[in-house]
Design a binder for this molecule. Structure first.
Ligand SMILES: [Zn+2]
Length: 448
């Protein structure tokens, strides 16, 4: 009993001693989300009607229109923010391995921003590279490089991704004619996983593709068993002349007390050219949209403006969020919190939080009082530096990146053609939606 009074006083203190019944409001939001079917329907539409939503593409424009219409229909104030996006197209690619008298076709995908071969076939000897150091030691001039440095587990991504992000530039600087990489995933599967590369300004933009981990093992075996192995590589990826345009879609409910204070919730509406983009990031888009719908349906008026923004071009050039931040700088709006959902669906686990440690403690106190998950409830983990997801912290905003418990399967679907509607667990999607919506409610009440 004594403990009850202590925690009650703490909660009342944190939320300014207001007379509102927060438990009841949170319950209203949760029961709407539990019983709602529109979020699943929206995810299905985005994935099935507008797959391969690369920014600048026709399907991207279709998804953008659909999302705008949905936000309007739920009664949000809507607007569009124009974004200049990379004019890149994914095209097709072909990898043929030639050894002895045999020729073997291996399925592949172009890497993001890769330039193609203009329809030509490059046929050259292949050199396998297993470590970054080896790239500096082996002669790759005039050859095709095969990067085969396996990712060893979920947390090894940041290391293993060098093959895609930096390896291609380095190989080109050393005279390589093309690159084939082992997909950056710890799983042995048959799906090539794409992702963006970075070209060197001092070397040619050589073609670069990914093959699946199973095919990478096969290719490595062929190389070890044969004296001479060649690869015939062709690609129709490329960049069109001029810039392409897209729009960040904005939907909001104006705050009743502090309309100039912004609480922002984002997911990106673009996806890779080979995928429905369900985990990445159709789920983030529908979860953000559902925050507004839940507030509307539960009849809860926010004190601060709650803004959701399905935005452009996270995958290839990060222009959507950068454009937003540049646009809002000096606008008079005060961004107090930005929540990003872009790491896939699963049971809510934690929120990687970019803010001072006093705020971290304060919000965690609140989450201890008002759990936001169903079975598990995430807590804030203080993180020191902002990552690539957002430049909104430069607007003075605190930021959170929502993390679900999906270490066991996230990289099964990451940037691959199997990231489709069917692989998203709809109950977990609801659980994430409820956690995000309740967190936004608590942040709104905290900054009354
Ligand atoms: Zn993403």
């Amino acid at each position: 009993m004594k403990r009850f009074f202590l925690t009650f006083a703490l909660a009342a203190g944190i939320l300014g001693g207001c007379t509102e019944n927060h438990d009841k409001n949170l319950q209203k939001l949760e029961s709407f989300i539990q019983n709602d079917t529109s979020m699943t329907g929206n995810l299905r539409t985005i994935c099935k009607e507008y797959p391969a939503r690369l920014s600048g593409s026709r399907n991207n424009a279709g998804a953008q229109e659909f999302i705008y219409r949905e936000l309007n229909d739920m009664g949000a104030e809507t607007s569009l923010m124009e974004v200049e996006v990379p004019n890149w197209f994914g095209g097709e690619s072909s990898v043929e391995v030639i050894f002895g008298k045999q020729r073997l076709n291996i399925p592949s995908v172009n890497l993001g921003l890769a330039e193609g071969t203009g329809g030509k076939v490059i046929q050259e000897r292949v050199v396998e590279i297993n470590t970054r150091r080896e790239l500096g030691e082996k002669d790759v001039k005039g050859k095709i490089v095969f990067f085969n440095d396996p990712m060893k587990g979920h947390s090894d991504y940041g290391r293993a991704v060098w093959q895609r992000r930096d390896g291609i530039a380095e190989a080109a600087e050393r005279g390589a004619l093309g690159v084939v990489i082992r997909s950056v995933t710890q799983f042995m599967d048959s799906h090539p996983h794409t992702g963006s590369l970075i070209y060197s300004p001092n070397a040619p933009k050589i073609p670069a593709v990914a093959i699946s981990t199973i095919e990478a093992e096969k290719l490595s075996r062929i190389i070890s068993e044969n004296r001479s192995v060649k690869i015939a590589l062709s690609s129709t990826a490329g960049t069109r002349e001029g810039k392409a345009k897209g729009n960040n879609v904005i939907g909001e409910i104006k705050g009743s007390a502090n309309p100039e204070n912004i609480i922002l919730v984002t997911g990106h509406l673009d996806s890779w050219h080979i995928a429905e983009g369900a985990h990445d990031d159709g789920s983030g888009v529908v979860i953000a949209m559902n925050v507004l719908r839940a507030f509307k349906e539960a009849g809860i008026q926010p004190y601060n403006t709650i803004r959701v923004m399905p935005y452009q071009d996270e995958e290839v050039g990060l222009q959507g969020i950068h454009t937003y931040s540049a646009n809002k700088k000096g606008s008079g709006e005060k961004h107090i919190f930005h929540l990003e959902f872009d790491l896939g669906v699963g049971a809510p686990k934690e929120i990687s939080f970019y803010g001072d440690s006093a705020s971290t403690a304060r919000i965690n106190n609140l989450l201890a009082q008002y759990p936001i998950g169903y079975k598990s409830t995430p807590v804030l983990k203080h993180a020191g530096v902002t990552n690539h997801f957002s430049t909104t912290t430069q607007l003075g905003s605190m930021m959170g990146i929502f993390i679900a418990d999906n270490d066991a399967d996230y990289f099964l679907y990451h940037h691959a053609s199997n990231d489709n509607f069917e692989v998203v667990d709809q109950q977990q999607l609801k659980e994430c939606s409820a956690a995000v919506t309740k967190l936004i409610y608590l942040m709104d009440r905290l900054y009354k």
